[in-house]
Design a protein around this ligand. Structure first.
Ligand SMILES: Cc1cc2nc3c(=O)[nH]c(=O)nc-3n(C[C@H](O)[C@H](O)[C@H](O)COP(=O)(O)OP(=O)(O)OC[C@H]3O[C@@H](n4cnc5c(N)ncnc54)[C@H](O)[C@@H]3O)c2cc1C
Length: 508
């Protein structure tokens, strides 16, 4: 009989799957994460505001409320352990009308029930003192809200899981799950062949209902609420330090807000509208115009000269037959579907809730399996200081120890050759250009990679000993180069252009 390979397979390497993997490595379990993309956080975990929510808009007693408050309270420690940037900025929830005031007070009372501390109403004068460029006639100030980089956080959770023994298998799309009655193992069909495991944890984000059905649970109805964003230049960041949100609507949803990022940019968005497309991440003129209109009410310096790029994300909410939004689903049915944990509808505030949800998911497995603790588990992920954040003295010392700190590859974000080299050798073995960008911030500045993207590509080739036409931008098939511009393709070693060359790919 074939040997069972893994004790637990987690499907999906978003923030939730990565948090689950990390929590599983606290035990002596062989853990693998199957991810269809080439890196972590390629779904909605990188397409959000990066707000550490306080927990005042979620129904008291719900899993969303419980996990948001818990996730918020613990985050200073989590950020320190994982070496991720985090700022407890507080938040202004601003209002203009009496209806806004009623809604703010309604959700303030809900927040107090949920255990959110320190919320208080403030007048226009105090808004101006806290944020001179924020809109609003009055506001609720929420001191416990904070900002984090959701991509950096997901990478850190996954790195820490890998350092503690988990294996991340990228480019593994799960296409089916069967139970082998003889061995009691699950046989997971993937785009790279079969994977066998005793336990399966479903963290597939947008596709969680599909995977839920593969495990024998219902294909829960979900609805995609898409939101588009503007990213503003760091010059705009000088005008805003505190996130500014409008009063929640009657159901607790927020429309367009203005949120500083931990790196000093400003995000304006998201708006919210229903989409049918599972990965419909395109931005549209209609919605971007709406962001300018609504964003200017929150942030009075929403100037066109600050716009550097756009993106969109989709909140996949579980809904009932009438379309009412339901709580997160976290379940484990040992009788019906043994050795499975199912997570569906993990929409906002899923980043804030990732670790509390992961602990609850792993507790369900531990209650059945009773695995031994991993005495070597180390919650601390080493994270060297960025060159940009070092003092002059620290920079001089870094260059003395490694001269590649003296060569700036990304001029906009001041990222050195030494940092890019280190990122290329990341613990997860991610080798895409976007993967290096997400680990260093190279290409994220005003020129958006115009200067450094080809230099990074060249470094990937050199460090890994691969051919130019093997380097990928972000996804399977997204080759950076399609072939030589001049000379004989055969002697240059080039092959035909790959079928899926991405828009904007160039010839070597
Ligand atoms: C616009 C927007 C704003 C938000 N703002 C915030 C915020 O400010 N704060 C906050 O706390 N939360 C926020 N959220 C919510 C948060 O982003 C999500 O709840 C969270 O990212 C969900 O993480 P996940 O790991 O469940 O899903 P995902 O990040 O989507 O990860 C799922 C992973 O599974 C993989 N996958 C799917 N199917 C398969 C398969 N068949 N085989 C293998 N792999 C598969 C996907 O490729 C993906 O990597 C926001 C969300 C959106 C869209």
């Amino acid at each position: 009989m074939e040997r069972e390979q893994w004790d637990v397979v987690v499907i999906g390497a978003g923030v939730v799957g990565s948090a689950v993997a990390r929590e599983l490595t606290r035990y002596q379990l062989r853990v693998a994460v199957l991810e269809k993309e080439l890196d972590v956080a390629c779904g909605n975990s990188s397409r959000n505001t990066g707000m550490l929510h306080a927990g005042f808009t979620y129904k008291p007693g719900s899993l969303k409320a419980e996990c948001a408050v818990e996730g918020n309270r613990e985050f200073d420690q989590v950020a320190a352990e994982l070496g991720v940037p985090f700022k407890r900025t507080g938040k202004l929830v601003v209002g203009f009308t009496e209806h806004d005031r009623e809604n703010i007070l309604k959700f303030k009372a809900i927040g107090e029930k949920n255990g959110v501390e320190g919320m208080r109403m403030i007048d226009k004068e105090e808004i101006e003192r806290i944020e001179p460029h924020a809109g609003g006639e009055f506001a609720m100030y929420v001191p416990s809200s904070g900002i984090l980089d959701p991509m950096a956080y997901t990478i850190a959770l996954a790195d820490n899981a890998a350092q503690n023994g988990a294996t991340f298998l990228f480019d593994h799309r799960v296409t089916g799950i069967a139970r082998d009655a003889e061995s009691d193992a699950y046989v997971i069909s993937t785009s790279q062949g079969e994977v066998r495991t005793k336990w399966v944890v479903n963290c597939a984000g947008a596709y969680a209902s599909e995977v839920s059905e593969m495990l024998g649970y219902p294909n829960y109805p979900v609805r995609g609420f898409k939101g588009e964003y503007f990213v503003l230049d760091k010059k705009a960041g000088a005008y805003l330090k505190t996130p500014v949100y409008p009063a929640p609507n009657d159901k607790g949803g927020f429309s367009t807000h203005a949120t500083p990022t931990v790196d000093g940019n400003i995000l304006v968005g998201p708006d919210s509208y229903v989409t049918e497309g599972w990965e419909d991440y395109k931005c549209t003129k209609e919605h971007l115009d709406g962001l300018i209109r609504d964003g200017s009410k929150m942030f009075e310096q929403m100037r066109r000269e600050f716009f550097i790029r756009n993106f969109a994300g989709i909140r996949w909410k579980r809904v009932d037959e009438e379309g009412n939004v339901l709580d997160f689903k976290l379940e484990s049915d040992q009788q019906g579907h043994p050795n499975t944990v199912n997570l569906v509808g993990i929409e906002s505030p899923g980043v804030t809730c990732a670790l509390p949800l992961a602990r609850r998911a792993v507790a369900l497995l531990v209650a059945v399996e009773a695995p031994q603790k991993n005495a070597d588990f180390d919650p601390v992920r080493p994270a060297p200081k960025r060159f940009y954040d070092m003092t002059r003295e620290e920079q001089a010392a870094a260059i003395a120890a490694d001269p590649e700190y003296g060569e700036i590859v990304c001029r906009c974000e001041t990222v050195t050759r030494a940092e890019i080299r280190r990122a290329i050798h990341n613990p997860l073995g991610v080798h895409t250009v976007t993967g290096i960008k997400n680990r260093t911030r190279a290409t994220m500045g005003r020129c958006q990679g115009g200067y450094c993207e080809t230099r990074i590509t060249e470094m990937i080739e050199q460090e890994l000993g691969v051919r130019p036409e093997d380097v990928r931008f972000n996804r399977a098939g997204s080759y950076m180069f399609t072939g030589p511009v001049r000379g004989d393709a055969a002697t240059a070693g080039a092959t035909k252009a790959p079928a899926e060359a991405p828009e904007g790919s160039v010839s070597a």
